[in-house]
Write a protein that binds this ligand. Structure first.
Ligand code: PMP
Length: 378
């Protein structure tokens, strides 16, 4: 394997440790080092590892089959739950957020009969051609030419594009708190402007909540009081299993109607497999408004502790980014040595089995790690 593993997104030089097991908020690696998991598989594991209700539900399904060449009730149940939380009535599932976003973009293009996708610089929307940087190796120029990346929050740039090319725009794709771009929540006025301008020009608004769905019941966009045409989810809605989901208005989602002429096809041998659907439903049933509020307040506690110690952070709710000008792989290793597994970009994602004590330990570890790096022990 190139550099010994599959995911570029979790590679740290010279090579990351390999995980052996996880339990609640902890992960054990192959050297016997136990860390508090603030990576949580890049924010997906909202209940940490081996969450008992998910384990039980999945174990009950296992002897009855894991995937079928027929639909199952389990996908309907997860779709109903998501519909009730988000207000978006129609859903479909995939095995990753990448596929959900890719299909959302195709749906928007098919539904509007337009090609141009407007998105924002620095936001990560998975690995499909339509949403990676125009100069990414392997992306054909012709494909890169069908999307436009604007600076997030730049109202003037957005107004200008919509004014001059609005009738070419199929959709504006936005992550309201983009992790890669710094985990800074978008201003309410900007999000509202995206909604207004897309409506005005007959384009769709796609909100990518693959990460931010864990911040608020039904997703972060609910806190902004806007109604997107399409919404992508993933990560937490799979309860630890592979998943992606696309929700939308009945009007737009009708593009997937198999009986519709010139509709968009949606495949995926393992899409909506019962293991992911059951695990996701049970995980979400335990991720109630109260649980979200408690977890988010642990995040507030973490950020205020770090800020008081002079560490620069961004984020909201259960998601925090360390915003220090230090070498990121060194920061990652320093944190790991202090007993904290972070994202390779300094992301810290909390999980429900964590307590005040865990947050305190994580705070101390971050302070020690950052001060060590700033002190020139680099
Ligand atoms: N959109 C966003 C906002 C994401 O953060 C991610 C993954 N980090 C994706 C899409 C892609 O999801 P996946 O990794 O499940 O393909």
């Amino acid at each position: 394997m190139p550099r010994g593993n599959t995911r570029t997104t979790l590679f740290v030089p010279p090579t990351p440790p390999y995980a052996v097991s996880g339990s609640g908020p902890y992960v054990l690696d192959q050297r016997g080092h136990r860390v508090i998991d603030c990576n949580n598989n890049y924010t997906a594991l909202i209940h940490g590892h081996a969450f008992a209700p998910v384990e039980k539900a999945v174990a009950e399904q296992l002897p009855h089959g894991t995937a079928f060449g027929l639909p199952t009730e389990t996908e309907v149940q997860l779709a109903e739950l998501l519909a009730s939380r988000t207000g978006l009535p129609m859903w479909r599932f995939s095995n990753s957020g990448t596929e959900a976003v890719m299909t959302a973009v195709r749906a928007a293009r098919a539904a509007t009969g337009r090609e141009l996708l407007v998105r924002f610089e620095g936001s990560y929307h998975g690995t499909s051609d339509a949403v990676v940087a125009a100069n990414a190796p392997g992306v054909p120029e012709a494909v890169a030419g069908t999307s436009l990346a604007l600076p997030q929050g730049d109202a003037e740039a957005l107004r200008e594009v919509m004014r001059t090319r609005g009738d070419e725009v199929a959709a504006v794709l936005i992550d309201i708190m983009p992790n890669r771009a710094g985990l800074v929540p978008a201003a309410a006025e900007f999000v509202t402007l995206v909604r207004e301008l897309t409506r005005q020009h007959g384009a769709l608004m796609i909100v990518d909540e693959v990460i931010t769905f864990r911040i608020a019941e039904g997703g972060l966009h609910r806190e902004y009081g806007i109604e997107p045409d399409l919404m992508t989810v993933g990560k937490v809605i799979g309860g630890g299993f592979p998943v992606g989901g696309l929700g939308g208005t009945a009007e737009v989602m009708a593009i997937f109607d198999p009986l519709r002429e010139l509709g968009v096809s949606w495949g995926g041998t393992f899409s909506a497999n019962p293991m992911s659907m059951i695990a996701g439903r049970v995980a979400l049933e335990h991720f109630t408004a109260e649980a979200i509020e408690r977890l988010n307040s642990l995040g507030d506690q973490l950020r205020s502790g770090l800020t008081e110690a002079g560490i620069a952070v961004s984020g909201r709710g259960s998601l925090t980014r360390i915003r220090e000008d230090v070498d990121l792989p060194r920061l990652w290793w320093a944190l790991y040595g202090e007993g904290v597994l972070a994202g390779t970009n300094g992301l810290l994602a909390l999980s429900t089995p964590m307590t005040d004590d865990h947050v305190h330990t994580v705070t101390t570890a971050v302070v020690t790690a950052v001060r060590g790096l700033r002190g020139g022990n680099q």
